[in-house]
Ligand binder design. Sequence first.
Ligand code: AMP
Ligand code: MG
Length: 349
Amino acid sequence: MKAFFRTGVLRILAVMTVLCCGCGKEAGGPWESVDVAMGTMVQLRIYGPEEKRAQEIFGQAKEILRSLEEEELSWRLETSEVYRLNASAGGEGEALSAEMARILQTCLELYEESEGAFDVTLGALVRLWNIDSWAGGQETGDFRVPSAESLEKALGDSGSGKLQSLPEGPLREGTRLLLPEGLQLDLGAVGKGLALSRILALLEDSPEVSGAVIYLGGSVLTYGSRPGGGSWKIGIADPSAPGSSVGVLALEGQWCVSTSGDYERYVEQDGVRWHHILDPDTGMPARSGVRSATILSGDGLLSDGLSTACFILGPEKGLELAEKYGAEVLFVLEEGEIVMSEGMGAFLD
Ligand code: AMP
Ligand code: MG
């Protein structure tokens, strides 16, 4: 019985062999950089600056991704705020930085609005399924579906409703967040979108950049305009053949597009696909009849969080949730059928 671990990174590394890093063609670009960050591929393409400045921007973007991972989001690295919060579980809590308070407050609101489908306190479950080893692109026969007892224990250790804060009320800088014993945060569902928002701020601070497209895992940022006019074209992957697309978005200016799909990270065993988006009700990979959910939003954190939430909720409730946040959504369902929000059609090429 052999299990195959498939990840976006594997496909991405294959792509990287044909793209060269930092290969610009002429003054003003486009300049391109392909790298691995946050456990996935990051591809930056920018228009406008001279090559030297473009290389500087690539370096700054790399540093943004490194510090976001190492100082804020990683559950593995002792240097990160999430690590410290997790280590404080069962104790007197940790005071939140202003940015972590903002991120977690948005995530808690999404937990409420999604009726618990989106939950950043599933760290124990994510560890139990060993999802991060799939992200490492391993091919292994070690995969086991966790036992009912271990799933029950991890579910008991999860739930945003179990978090407490001092003082009570919306999280702010300095609020102490109290995690009960065993509860572990996992911000994997919003990290890439958050990273795109940080890179957006860098682009906005770089007036010589006239346009850019940044791919980071399942999320994409478009910015500014294309030289010579025309819209940015962003394909929505076909879950059955992720190299081709089920549709192309034509976007002008600044947008974030995030896709959550059962083809991004998964293990297949005996014909069953075990993917990385978990249903907090069962602790199992969500089975909502959805193969992918793509969100279009002006905000990276929201587009990434909503795509995960909509995947779990399925089309009916997912459409309602996206509407509440003023976002557009497109679902690819198991039979290949496409369901989308009313406004999404206007963005399809
Ligand atoms: P994404 O690919 O953006 O949909 O994020 C998936 C990642 O989010 C997983 O690899 C887990 O780290 C985490 N995750 C899994 N299930 C959930 C959930 N129900 N709510 C929030 N985060 C989740
Ligand atoms: Mg997400």
